[in-house]
Structure formats: C-alpha cells, structure tokens
Design a protein around this ligand. Structure first.
Ligand code: DHB
Length: 306
C-alpha cells in the first residue's frame, strides 16, 4: 500500500503524532509531494473545494525546490521506516533531467516518480497527455539513474493506455494512475471561479469508476507493474483495482479524512485476499489509530516531537 503523491504530509504527521507514526506507519512505501527545480509558492487561496463524493484541489505545486528539498525535507523523510519514492516534475526535459540526476544520486531515495502532468514550456503540450512527449521525457531521464522510474499518468489524456505503452517502451519500470481529473467550481454567489488557480483536479470517490476503467485498460496494454489509485476508501475498492490488473494500490484523498486510512485499507484488503485465495489470516498491521494528539502516547524525555 502506497500513498498518492501529495496526499499525506509525513513531516507534518510526524510533528502531530510523534514517533507513533513511525511505529505504525500507514504505507509500505512513501511517495513525496512533487518537487520542482525552483522553489514555488503555489496558488493563491482558496485551494480546495469539496464536491459531491470528492475534492477539487488547486494547490499549484508549492515546494522548497530541489535544493531545499534535499537540504531540509529529505533528512526527515529518510527517517520513515519504509522505502522513499520522490515525485519530480520538470517544466522542460532539461529540468526533469536535472531533477532525476540529482535525486538519483541520493541513497536515501529508493525510486523516482515522474509527474508528467504539467505543460512543457517548449511545446505547450502536457507531457503526460501525449505519448511521444512522454516517451521523450522517459528516454531523456532513463540513462541518468539506475533507480526504478515510475511514470504517473494523467487521466486527462485521450488514450492513457497509449501513453503508458510509450512510457514502458522508453524504459519506465512502472506506471501509476490516476492523477486528478480536471474540474472546477464556481463561487456560489459571484459565479466566478472559486479556486485561486481557476480550475483544479478532482479526486476521491467521485473518480473511482474512471480510475478503475483506466487501470483495467492500461494493465492490458503494458507488461510493467501498474500502481492503481483513484477514490480507494476500503479494502473492497482496493481488491477491485487488484482484480483490474494493479500490482499495487495507493490511498490518496481518503487520508485527508483519516490519516490511518492506508493501514486500514491494507488490512481490509489482506482479509479479503486471504479469504478469497484460501490463505490463513495474518493481519500485517496492528490496528492503526491516529485520532489526533489526544491519543498520542505521552511524550517521554527521549521522544522528541519535531
Ligand atoms: C498538484 C496537483 C496535481 O494533481 C499534481 O499532479 C501535481 C501538483 C498541485 O496542485 O500541487
């Protein structure tokens, strides 16, 4: 069980829950929020809108930039008890190459996820919406690192399976999908766009059926592993994604409601798969509860809460 990039802030969670977070970490690998080469402020508020059965976000990639990430976030993320995946996005192939090369040199990082959801400044095309652009991005970065490369696919492509096949042919080790679907909300009174960034990305249960279909189709188009996500809230939902062809699944928006959702969904999935396949039940996780600071074990002298 993974987290969707940008849906679980492990550094903030560590500050809130202390070392209990490390003892009961809700994911088997942790995917960072996407970093860019230069630092970014992100979009003006408001950045969120709750939609029926979902969320629209327009965060705008706020991050410390590559140097800031390596200097201040990476040491903290390296303390997590699971492999670290760093998500990177470049506004050009040169930028992407620099990110992959630098991130690839750090032994704290196990895998790299290429977030190809942004417009390429040279062509104006969204890299991940176009199979040829995606192939060029992967071909350029593939020789720069030996770490596995995951390509995060956008659902806003005419044929995500063609993009996935292009990524696989160019040397990607896995694909993950789906990223958010384009959406918007209007201010209830002024009827102008609600989100500071204008439009945003829809996630949560509202997109699950779309995600399931895309995972099913992509899994039949490529031989590399597919990481499935999009509105997964329960073990039953996760089991559907596995049945559709996902080799692994991720929880995203549900973690905003319940920061322990990843562990809960993994436990539920384990019970379902064991019973369907006739294996004895052996829950992987102790029941994970992260209800807030009140439930935290009292801080002791040697437990520093960052
Ligand atoms: C953001 C949203 C995304 O869906 C994405 O892939 C990258 C960044 C954001 O708004 O920060």
């Amino acid at each position: 069980m993974l987290n969707g990039s940008g849906t679980f802030d492990a550094i903030a969670a560590r500050r809130t829950f202390g070392d209990e977070l490390l003892e009961r970490f809700p994911f088997d690998a942790f995917v960072s929020k996407t970093i860019t080469l230069a630092p970014r402020q992100g979009n003006p508020p408001p950045r969120l809108w709750e939609t029926p059965a979902g969320l629209i976000n327009s965060i705008g990639l706020p991050n410390k930039g590559l140097e800031g990430f390596l200097a201040s976030d990476l040491p903290e993320l390296a303390e997590l008890p699971v492999p670290l995946v760093v998500s990177v996005m470049g506004f050009s192939r040169d930028e992407l190459a620099e990110l992959v090369e630098r991130v690839g040199q750090r032994e704290e990082i196990a895998l790299i996820e290429l977030n190809v959801s942004c417009p390429n400044v040279e062509t104006g095309l969204v890299m991940g919406a176009d199979p040829a652009e995606t192939a060029r991005a992967v071909e350029r970065t593939r020789p720069l690192t030996e770490k596995p490369l995951i390509v995060k696919l956008t659902p806003n492509a005419a044929e995500p399976q063609a993009v996935a096949a292009a990524a696989a042919s160019a040397g990607a080790d896995a694909v993950s999908l789906i990223n958010t679907l384009k959406g918007m909300a209007l201010h209830p009174r002024t009827r102008s766009p609600w989100l500071g960034g204008g439009s945003g990305g829809v996630s949560g249960p509202a997109v699950r059926a779309v995600a399931l279909e895309q995972v099913y189709t992509v899994a039949r188009a490529v031989e590399i592993p597919v990481i499935g996500m999009g509105g997964i809230q329960t073990g039953r939902h996760a089991a559907d994604f596995i049945a559709a062809g996902a080799a692994a699944v991720a929880v995203g928006t549900e973690s905003f409601r319940d920061p322990a959702a990843g562990a809960r969904v993994a436990d539920e999935l384990g019970v379902i798969l064991c019973s369907e396949r006739g294996f004895p039940l052996r829950p992987r996780h102790r029941p994970a509860r992260m209800d807030g600071p009140d439930r935290k074990t009292p801080a002791t002298g040697d437990k520093t809460v960052k």
